[in-house]
Write a protein that binds this ligand. Structure first.
Ligand SMILES: [Cu+2]
Length: 147
């Protein structure tokens, strides 16, 4: 009986240690992310713009997720440490009219500019994933699409 308690205690301690390491690493990172609802031209509906990102220590990624249960990531770009503005993210498909997306800043743990979902975790703020959302509206060719 006593041995069993000791074993589960050990397991708990290992778990606490692992989580502590994780959150400590997270705590070292800060990020800010600003994004606005936006109008996209129908013939360029796979390109969204993130207004501003800040990551420290970086480098990192800005990515875009679908508003589904799986929250699939459908596009990302690497960002340098510090502030980046007007970040264009090419999506893997066209956005739909009225579609909602979620953006995040991820760590580039390997500093290789390639997103690795096992190691490149989203950066948190106040214990939650920093994840501003935005909506896109598609506009057909005409005034806003002239250029
Ligand atoms: Cu993400």
């Amino acid at each position: 009986m006593r041995r069993r308690i000791i074993m589960s205690l050990t397991a708990a301690l290992v778990l606490i240690a692992a989580c502590g390491e994780e959150s400590e690493r997270q705590d070292d990172w800060t990020a800010e992310l600003e994004v606005s609802d936006q109008e996209l031209c129908e013939d360029a509906a796979d390109l969204v713009v993130i207004d501003r990102a800040y990551v420290d220590p970086g480098p990192g990624f800005v990515d875009v997720h679908e508003d589904t249960d799986d929250m699939d990531m459908i596009g990302y770009v690497p960002i340098e440490p510090g502030e980046t503005t007007e970040i264009e993210v090419e999506l893997q498909r066209d956005a739909e009219d009225g579609e909602l997306f979620h953006s995040m800043v991820h760590m580039d743990a390997a500093e290789d500019g390639v997103y690795d979902q096992d190691t490149d975790h989203p950066v948190e703020k106040d214990g939650e994933i920093l994840m501003p959302s935005f909506e896109v509206t598609l506009v057909s060719e005409g005034e806003p699409c002239e250029d």
